[in-house]
Ligand binder design. Structure first.
Ligand SMILES: Cc1cc2nc3c(=O)[nH]c(=O)nc-3n(C[C@H](O)[C@H](O)[C@H](O)COP(=O)(O)O)c2cc1C
Length: 391
């Protein structure tokens, strides 16, 4: 069949017109471009990758129940995260070493996020310093912290984050040790010599560049430096260090969520670390409702892992998330087209969310609720009420 000579305007096509890539195309193009072990480091998960697949599959088990005849001529996506405005409820998850995929690394990523008004969370293991990243940022910026054995390093990162203008600290709590990531072990994955965890001192750089088959230098590094003895009691120490809001990343149960809220933590990220830590963990989306219920609005709850479409964002919001984070798609965009690629990935998600809101009759974020979903175990038992005030 011959294609039509005029193609209707495609809201996903971006500034470059119809040739601009969609997130899935970016994945394919990034895979072609990156060395196999780098691709595997990014794409892979731990163990049998059950959690990696499970995070994604959880989204597909929900179906949407659209409402019709609602005025959706304007859909409002803007919101706040810990009191700061963002253009839409999608942020960039913390990920180590962006320079593995693009020479500009984190500074390109954060510039792109600023262009579209999205949150960025920079990783402790960034390949640009946290100060360089902050200088390139025009949108909200949080810093992710791993608690290291040498507590003075964690403390100095907190001070540097405060001085550089970071607005929150995200403490990753699902990595007392790094899980076995078998792709990396098989590949003998190590960092190329020009890439280092530049936020840390030489002691933390040693050994990262000498790979050998059957081991991952990142896993060995984590075994040496991560503090596996860090507990709730120690969290109080972190709390006492700073007035910056604290967010715990990697919480999957109501019990831990409650404990965090009781300690005055301001935010939670429900996460399996993108299927890279405990393999066989409950899917993040499936853990979300119990966490939301447990904190009763005392914390802002975010979720990540497997978010690839605007409809995924909508489903997470319907289950009570304030926002979602995306990881790998950002690195695909960065690998293929630098800041422009990241911007395209984010704005596609933004456009798709707006479309999903319009097509489900939910023009504002506060109209997105559980009624929007059919649960995984069949049709939800929704009570039928009059909702004249929905629009
Ligand atoms: C290459 C890579 C590096 C990551 N590095 C970190 C990190 O340094 N700190 C952290 O808390 N999470 C890290 N994560 C996990 C992400 O923050 C996030 O939880 C996960 O990628 C979300 O899933 P998604 O990639 O399916 O969107 C990393 C993930 C990837 C893919």
């Amino acid at each position: 069949m011959t294609p039509p000579s005029t193609v209707p305007a495609d809201p996903h096509s971006g500034p470059e017109g119809p040739t601009a890539l969609l997130p899935r195309d970016y994945a394919a193009a990034a895979r072609e471009r990156l060395d196999g072990p780098v691709w595997d480091y990014i794409a892979g998960g731990s163990g049998d990758e059950v959690s990696l697949r499970g995070d994604r599959a959880a989204y597909d088990r929900y179906r949407l129940r659209p409402r019709v005849l609602v005025d959706v001529s304007h859909c409002e996506l803007s919101t706040t995260l810990l009191g700061r405005p963002v253009a839409f409820p999608v942020g960039i998850a913390p990920m180590a070493y962006h320079r593995l995929v693009h020479p500009e690394g984190e500074t390109a990523t954060v510039r792109a996020a600023g262009e579209v008004g999205a949150l960025t969370i920079a990783s402790t293991f960034a390949s640009k310093t946290l100060e360089e990243t902050a200088r390139a940022a025009t949108g909200p910026l949080w810093l992710q912290l791993y608690v290291l054995r040498r507590r003075e390093i964690t403390e100095s990162l907190v001070r540097r984050a405060e001085a550089a203008g970071y607005r929150a600290l995200v403490i990753t709590v699902d990595t007392p040790r790094m899980a076995r990531r078998e792709r990396d072990l098989r590949n003998g994955f190590s960092l190329p010599s020009h890439i280092r965890p530049v936020n840390l001192d030489a002691d933390h750089t040693a050994g990262l560049h000498r790979g050998r088959s059957g081991s991952s230098t990142l896993a060995e590094h984590s075994a040496r430096h991560h503090d596996a003895a860090f507990t709730w009691e120690d969290l109080a120490w972190l709390r006492s260090l700073t007035d910056l809001p604290l967010v715990l990343k990697g919480v999957l149960t109501a019990q831990d969520a409650l404990r965090a809220a009781d300690l005055g933590v301001e935010g939670l990220v429900v996460s399996t670390h993108g299927g890279r830590q405990l393999d066989g963990a409950v899917a993040a989306l499936d853990a979300l409702p119990e966490v939301v219920a447990a904190v009763e609005g005392r914390c802002e709850v975010l979720v990540d892992g497997g978010v690839r479409r605007g409809t995924d964002v909508l489903k997470a919001l319907a289950l009570g998330a304030r926002a979602v984070l995306v990881g790998r798609p950002v690195l695909w965009g960065l690998a293929v087209d630098g800041a422009a690629g990241v911007e395209q990935v984010l704005s596609t998600l933004q456009d798709e969310l707006a479309e999903a809101m319009a097509l489900t009759g939910r023009p504002r974020l506060d109209t997105i609720d559980r009624e929007l979903l059919n649960g995984p175990s069949g049709f939800a038992n929704h009570s039928i009420t009059h909702d004249r005030d929905m629009a």
